[in-house]
Design a protein around this ligand. Sequence first.
Ligand SMILES: *Cc1c(COP(=O)(O)O)cnc(C)c1O
Length: 367
Amino acid sequence: MATVADTGLQFTNRPLTSPISADERAAVLANPGFGTKFSEHMVTIEWTEERGWHDAVIGPRGPIALDPACAVLHYAQEIFEGLKAYRHPDGSVALFRPYANAERFNRSARRLAMPELPENVFVESVRRLVEADRDWLPSVEGGSLYLRPFMFASEVFLGVRPAKEYKYIVIASPAGNYFKSGAPAVSIWVSQEYTRAAPGGTGAAKCGGNYAASLVPQAEAIREGHDQVVFLDAVENKWVEELGGMNLYFVFDDGTLLTPPLSGTILAGITRDSLLTLARDEGLTVREERYSLDQWREDAKSGRLVECFACGTAAVVTPVGKVAGHDGEFTIGSGGPGQLTQELKDRLVAIQRGEAPDPHGWVMKLS
Ligand SMILES: *Cc1c(COP(=O)(O)O)cnc(C)c1O
């Protein structure tokens, strides 16, 4: 069996024992939703201090046994990634910028004192899963196969130090549209009591703990009648950072764009980076600058701010129509999806789906 280049790691194939019927799968794929249905395979790779990465397996998806003293259950050493596989018009399947996810996974690993996974092993693990589960790619409009690589401390011990054993797993979930309502623009709630990330903290790492901390403010947003929460910086409680799982862009009446800079408290989204590149390709000016809540409100009211959108792999681009907080609410533009927002989204989606040329080499076609 071939090894992953330069790593000596071999993948073992374990066949499915009871594959699902084509009819059952078709029923799932007709209405996949988001994050509740899963494909049939998973990849697992083990790491120990003595052996490094070993025992790479692609096999049936199923429960994993964990000792109750498994370190992740107590000290939350866990990181993850999210990317998608798309079916192209020629019938092939492609990943979008998987090496960017591999690189970010290792940045997260370093921050959480976890071992790095060679980038080619990360990409190979995802590639193998998509190939094994290619029948799980939904053909519904906007459908994709969402891939979730993650790693956690699996060593059995109580004590605060980096674990000496880790498990890396990749699972896949067929996805339709992210927002259940399919709403054209979302309403967001400004959290002024809670923050997501502080300087020196883990805000730039994609770790489960950041999400755990965002659940109370997210619940507050829902309770107040909004879709998502937006966080301000933790020092001055003034600068707009991002949503719980999406970066933000602002579009002004002079055609320029602004997105908050990667200051260490913002997650470096691959969608954010791709849109930055595409907007500059179009000759648009994009500033990476701090933007305050007060300025946001003032610009929305004066009409200088014409559009606003959130972006991330799961939902791609989501227009923001309304913003609310303790000091009242304001509407952006018409309150609906903006024109530039839609154009940028269409450009990105066309590249991801193989419907437009890929000038930056972002698309990785699988055989
Ligand atoms: C994953 C994530 C994003 C979006 O990143 P993409 O690479 O575009 O999917 C933005 N913010 C947070 C906090 C995230 O966890």
